[in-house]
Design a protein around this ligand. Structure first.
Ligand code: ZN
Length: 320
């Protein structure tokens, strides 16, 4: 039976340290990143080495959702967090510390694959603490014009996503599947981000997307896809939207047990959906798994979105 990444009873961190180098999508500047193992229950925490500032990967730290998800703490920001966060969530990493010297993650090939590849190579280490998950018990819906997200009770983690672009190369696409680790790796993690040529040119004139190229995005114009190698999947666009959703939803701080049905979603809508979950504690429970795949009620909290102060303990090793 395929295993869902969130359904391991115990928390996991990395088996070792990973170093990566790339360029920032918007700055176009070289960026180095180190991902380290972290203590149980510390969560995913970014560390801006240049500013000596820790930024937990949690929804209440989101400061901007235009083009990418940016989190921040006291003026220090980290942008384009979603693809790495998707890789960590997809493989079931609960605790990790991500060290950066700038404000942006490396874009790599525009997908989560380079992160997934290195995380699998270094392997995961099981930790002694139990994992907690958010189990949806009642429907939660948010609507924003013609965009919407519904989250239904479901014994697993399922995503149904549909997009509808007024563009021949994309138009309507729908993806619906139970998100297991295997499926995340093979069907989702390699889907690249995409952009429209006119928009990319406009962004670059305004000093954004300076690192954007056909090496790290699928670029579409009126006639079709500009990338010579073509698409990695026929429906790569909607699969990338699923990737973004997985990455953004990890900002809840716990894996989600439920069926997320998203229509024309984006980073802003993801944040609104998470805020609605936080506002509706009667619609979910924080639970612990007794055995893989079997949820049992551990506790219920109305304020689960703030990590304890001990979550920051891991940063001492960075500043030392
Ligand atoms: Zn993306």
């Amino acid at each position: 039976m395929e295993r869902y990444y969130g359904w391991e009873p115990f928390q996991h961190t990395l088996g070792g340290k990973i170093r990566m180098a790339g360029i920032g999508l918007h700055s176009g500047q070289p960026v180095n990143m180190t991902i380290r193992p972290a203590h149980p229950s510390s969560g995913i925490v970014f560390w801006r080495k240049d500013k000596q500032m820790a930024i937990p990967a949690l929804m209440d730290r989101v400061v901007d959702t235009t083009l990418a998800t940016t989190i921040g703490e006291q003026g220090a920001v980290i942008s384009t967090t979603e693809h790495l966060l998707a890789a960590l969530a997809g493989l079931g990493v609960d605790n990790a510390q991500i060290e950066l010297e700038g404000a942006e993650l490396p874009i790599m090939d525009g997908s989560a694959w380079p992160f997934v590849h290195l995380l699998r190579k270094i392997g995961l280490r099981r930790q002694k603490s139990f994992k907690k998950i958010i189990k949806i018990t009642d429907e939660i819906t948010i609507q924003d014009g013609d965009r919407s997200i519904r989250i239904l009770p479901y014994e697993g983690f399922r995503i149904t996503c549909e997009i509808d672009f007024d563009h021949a190369a994309i138009s309507k696409q729908c993806y619906s599947a139970e998100i297991t680790t295997d499926r995340f790796i093979t069907e989702i993690s390699r889907a690249r981000t995409f952009g429209f040529l006119e928009e990319v040119e406009h962004l670059q004139q305004n000093g954004k997307a300076l690192g954007g190229s056909l090496a790290n995005a699928v670029v579409v114009d009126r006639l079709g896809i500009l990338n010579a190698e073509g698409l990695r999947f026929e429906d790569e666009f909607v699969r990338h939207k699923v990737l973004d959703l997985i990455g953004d939803f990890s900002l809840l701080g716990f894996p989600l047990m439920g069926h997320v049905i998203a229509s024309r979603p984006g980073h802003q809508l993801h944040l609104k959906a998470m805020q609605e979950i936080a506002r509706r504690p009667e619609c979910w429970q924080l639970v612990r798994l007794h055995r893989a795949g079997e949820a049992g009620i551990l506790e219920r909290s109305i304020r689960p979105f703030f990590l304890p102060v001990s979550a920051l303990a891991g940063h001492q090793s960075c500043s030392a």
